[in-house]
Design a protein. Sequence first.
Length: 294
Amino acid sequence: MDLKLLDHFITVYQTGSITAAARELDISQQGLSKSIQNLERELDLPLFLREKNRLQPTSFGNLFYTQALHLTGEFQKMLDMMEDARKGAATLKIGFATNIFSALNEIETAIWRFRKLNPGILVEISNETDLVCEEEVEKGGLDVAFGMGSFFSPDIRSHYLAEESIYALVPDTHPLASRELLYISDICEEPLITSDKKNKGYFYLKEDFQKKGLLPRIAFWSDDPQTHFRLVQKRMGISLFPEHWISLLSNVSDLKVIPLADISKRKIYVIYKKQGRVPPALKDFLRFILGPAI
């Protein structure tokens, strides 16, 4: 039964008039009359007798009114309890660096399991760049984040999670497509498609080139895999992308993935702010994903 019908019935009962009840409920008289008729049809009982200009409740109507008040009251109590629980619930704000979000499938699953086991903790997830994640953790906008190291702030505590190799993606007609392994010197003169310059992956890439005394010729920045794939298919550059993107290439043709031998692996960390007392929700979450030593 629609609870709205109970509200309509209670208002009609208390006012004794469709006109007055419709005015109070801010609905049409025709719509309200139809609601009462639908309720009577559903119950298969008459709830009102139409006498002159006033509705008189039947014995069934009197009985139903008592129960309707009880039901709506209990429902409102439940809503109030849920609202109180929501206001009092602990909140855990988690940030993912955009360029590694899909690399952490196990962490995503762990978050889902943690939320299921801790219904009193509200989990908020956001996607930002590595640098924004670090900044937000430092100033308290995020409780915890997942991003690439190293971390510039002395107030940040980090725990190593995983690492990924960087691969090159070239058109299968490109002269380099015949190679099974590439080096920085092989691609230093090629137009490159890299991660967004607001992410640390971009800076690490430049650092790898600079260690060889070279500068990358960056043509495009993007953290969207499909953008990288389209640009390579259009022969607009060579993509340098993280290992987990390989799984996204199943429906992409005319391209070849080649390992890069002398580009450093990207290390992924979970980070949170150093503080005297770790909030209980954060401590529970860190223990859940990292173990009891936290």
